[in-house]
Design a binder for this molecule. Structure first.
Ligand SMILES: Nc1ncnc2c1ncn2[C@@H]1O[C@H](COP(=O)(O)OP(=O)(O)OP(=O)(O)O)[C@@H](O)[C@H]1O
Ligand SMILES: O=P(O)(O)OC[C@H]1O[C@H](OP(=O)(O)OP(=O)(O)O)[C@H](O)[C@@H]1O
Ligand SMILES: [Mg+2]
Length: 285
């Protein structure tokens, strides 16, 4: 059987979470230091460790079958590849920023200005939709330094916490796009590789679904069961087991983490106590 060749970032903001995801999917491999290739011992998958900028091109050319990149990189390189899964990590945004002391009122600030970026295509498209003409200077890294060395009046770069902008005397003024890690695939995959990709996505879905949900156990007096069940509908319906103490039950259910925090006070008001919240490793609906 042929291997599914997966391109992941060698080292950087995507690497750790990408490797963790495959491990959580039960895919075993040994990625010893400086190894640029690794073969899984229990799934027909081969890993290629690459610079993230090269991944869309390798996937389009069929050198790799699938890859993990930021949406920003996928969008910038405009390759004929498909996004097959949003992965929820490496969340960030691509933003325009200017020196902190600059008076900025709106996007017209950038008319006729120089902007430094590693994302010229995304930036050009954004400025076009806003009717702004600017000079785009493409640089491959350390973009935040550009205004300080007189290369540009503004920049367009990745922002997450904002601390890099802050420490370089810049302020964020416009969000160009939001981004997270995505799995991309060669649109010309063979049927055999599609089957493997679907098996992989099934595992990824069960891992991501598990992360978004929690297993909840609580005790409640029997006369509040109806109310509590309505707050914890679970996958089909909650499990209700009698406690040794008469008139009380233990209720087990699955709940979305966000819903849990919204409902916690209502559960307590309804009489729930001894509430335990347990992580779920995998969840298949
Ligand atoms: N501070 C951040 N927080 C969250 N996600 C980020 C952050 N910085 C970058 N990313 C996301 O992770 C991707 C990889 O970022 P990284 O800084 O590792 O890239 P790089 O320096 O271009 O790496 P490479 O050496 O592989 O070319 C980015 O394209 C973006 O989608
Ligand atoms: O808003 P922040 O939380 O400060 O994050 C933004 C910074 O993170 C990334 O760089 P990274 O630290 O990965 O270094 P790099 O420039 O070597 O890629 C990105 O290029 C920004 O510079
Ligand atoms: Mg890169």
């Amino acid at each position: 059987m042929s291997n599914l060749k997966v391109a992941i970032q060698k080292s950087g903001r995507l690497s750790e979470d990408s490797l963790r995801l495959f491990k959580e999917c039960g895919i075993k491999f040994n990625n010893g230091a400086k190894k640029l290739k690794a073969q899984s011992s229990n799934f027909p998958i081969e890993f290629l460790f690459l610079r993230d900028d090269d991944i869309p091109g390798y996937v389009e050319d069929g050198i790799a079958d699938i890859g993990i990149v930021g949406q920003n990189v996928h969008e910038e390189y405009q390759k004929q590849i498909e996004v097959v899964k949003h992965l929820g990590f490496s969340r960030c945004r691509l933003s325009l920023a200017v020196p902190r002391e600059e008076k900025y009122s709106d996007i017209s600030f950038f008319e006729g200005k120089n902007i430094a970026t590693s994302y010229p295509n995304i930036l050009k498209k954004f400025l076009d939709t806003k009717g702004i003409t600017a000079e785009i200077h493409q640089i491959s890294g350390s973009v935040e330094i550009a205004p300080g060395i007189g290369l540009a009046e503004g920049i367009c770069d990745i922002v997450s916490s904002g601390s890099t902008l802050l420490s370089n005397g810049l302020k964020e003024v416009e969000t160009v796009m939001k981004s997270e890690a995505v799995m991309v695939a060669d649109s010309k995959l063979s049927d055999e590789k599609r089957v493997l990709l679907n098996q992989l996505i099934f595992r990824i879905n069960s891992v991501l679904e598990g992360k978004n949900n929690k297993y909840v156990l609580l005790n409640a007096p029997n006369d509040s069961l109806d109310k509590i069940i309505s707050l914890l509908p679970g996958m089909r319906s909650p499990t209700v087991l009698p406690l040794a103490q008469e008139g009380w039950s233990s209720i087990h259910s699955v709940i979305n983490e966000d819903d849990f925090w919204e409902n916690i006070e209502k559960l307590r008001e309804a009489g729930a106590e001894g509430i335990l919240v347990v992580p779920i490793e995998k969840m298949i609906k």
